[in-house]
Design a binder for this molecule. Sequence first.
Ligand SMILES: Cc1cc2nc3c(=O)[nH]c(=O)nc-3n(C[C@H](O)[C@H](O)[C@H](O)COP(=O)(O)O)c2cc1C
Length: 186
Amino acid sequence: MDIFEVIRSRRSIKAYKDRPVSKDEIERLLSLAVLAPNHRMTEPWRFYVLGPEARAAYGAALGARKAKRVEDPDAAAAVIAKVEQSHRDLPSMLAVSTTLDGNPEIREEDYAAAYMAVQNLCLAAAAMGLGTHVKTGGVMDDPRARAAVGVGEDERIVATVSLGEPAEVPEPKPRRGAAEFTTWVP
Ligand SMILES: Cc1cc2nc3c(=O)[nH]c(=O)nc-3n(C[C@H](O)[C@H](O)[C@H](O)COP(=O)(O)O)c2cc1C
């Protein structure tokens, strides 16, 4: 697959085969992630490769947040257990964080650079036949989720990325053409 086809065929993957992702595969992806553009070469990205216990703990934190909307205690406990198990069952999952520069301009650039690294990782994974799903949300700042990842006070989690061999590849989402968003400025 050339780069154009990789970009066109990448999807957010929700269902994965059981095959684990090897350490070699993850290291290869991360070695490509860190080639992302980066103003001032701050190298702000940090990657946490979560094992099953860490994934389950992150899932439990996410589940507890979802369960707040459920009144019945048994149903709430079931929500937590389900989200915890679904995270434990992922073939692989990473948390991506950035360092927090004191200068707001650099901090914003670092956030952007971290997402360029995430996109490198997602496209490289697609080229290797692996699926990814980038996720965000308030859970990233939740103390239980942060503890599950083991991230330090001086970092901000900016994404989690589920990773594995796709069991199902969804149809492309409808998207408008680039011309609708483009102004050619003379
Ligand atoms: C910054 C960012 C955050 C996202 N957060 C979530 C999320 O929290 N939950 C989720 O299901 N998908 C999340 N996604 C995935 C998008 O829903 C997905 O990219 C979009 O539906 C388009 O589908 P595609 O990636 O298959 O083209 C996120 C994507 C990005 C770029």
